[in-house]
Design a protein around this ligand. Structure first.
Ligand code: CTP
Ligand code: MG
Length: 250
């Protein structure tokens, strides 16, 4: 039996919040990171397209650099995006956590699942997006894509002076570690509660749900969902795009 004969899965109403308000300090001087281009197209547009490519995603909320909401709106207008998806732009905050909260505040009712996806992960494949949505739909309150690590990880006592020797405190068993990516997917009510009650600084949204005492599950991530953080990541992103163009024949 071919896949074509299977009924198409019923889309779940899903909203995506894309924090894109960071400066991109580690990438070096230039425009805010999300507005820098890859293959001639702003990173943010790649990220929006990647999420809107999922049939389940009917709304995308872009959290723009604080003084860049108008520019982001015109970028969205200028690039081809799926008609079935609505787009909202709000200005972001000082930290990623604040930016995500501002995005959540802009969500209208009617979406049962909320994804949070870094604009800095412009090349995430739609299959990864759909796998996260599917796991939330099957009942997990919080889902993160993750990959096994290539490097062994050491916990250290950080040096007082940058570059100084750092005593190793522990070596966690590598096979039990996962490097987590986005989109992270949530039952909407759970994510809203996490953002209302957890005030500690965390580096990902699933971490806030963990603080609520709920179980977060990891599903397989994808190497193309890497985060563009440092200059070398731009080289890798351009190479991935070039390979896709070759494979897709355009
Ligand atoms: N982000 C945000 N608002 C902030 C800080 C970060 O919306 N105040 C977003 C970034 O735009 C990015 C995502 O959170 O899409 C992940 O953050 P990161 O990779 O750290 O991006 P930046 O903070 O821009 O980079 P850097 O830390 O190097 O300045
Ligand atoms: Mg940052």
């Amino acid at each position: 039996m071919s896949d074509d004969s299977l009924p198409a899965p019923v889309p779940v109403r899903t909203a995506a919040v894309i924090p894109a308000a960071g400066r991109g300090v580690r990438l070096g001087p230039g425009a805010p990171k999300a507005l820098r281009t890859l293959g001639g197209t702003p990173m943010l547009i790649h990220a929006v397209r990647a999420l809107a490519a999922s049939r389940s995603v009917s709304l995308v909320v872009v959290v723009a650099p604080p003084d860049g909401a108008a520019e982001v709106k015109s970028l969205l207008d200028a690039h081809a995006l799926p008609d079935r998806t609505d787009f909202v732009v709000v200005p972001g905050g000082e930290t990623r956590q604040e930016s995500v909260k501002l995005g959540l505040d802009a969500l209208p009712p009617g979406h049962d699942i909320v994804l949070v996806h870094d604009a800095a992960r412009p090349l995430v494949p739609v299959d990864t997006v759909d796998a996260v949505i599917e796991a939330v739909r099957e009942g997990a309150p919080a889902v993160v894509p993750g990959l096994p690590l290539a490097d062994t990880v050491k916990e250290v006592e950080p040096a007082a002076v940058p570059g100084g020797p750092e005593p190793v405190v522990a070596t966690p068993e590598r096979a039990r570690l996962r490097a987590v990516q986005t989109p992270q997917g949530f039952d909407r009510a759970t994510l809203l509660r996490a953002h209302e009650t957890v005030t500690d600084e965390v580096t990902d949204d699933a971490g806030m749900v963990e603080r609520l005492g709920l179980t977060v599950v990891v599903v397989p991530g994808h190497e193309e969902a890497f985060k563009v953080t440092r200059p070398l990541d731009l080289v890798l992103a351009e190479a991935v795009l070039a390979r896709r163009r070759l494979n897709d024949g355009y």
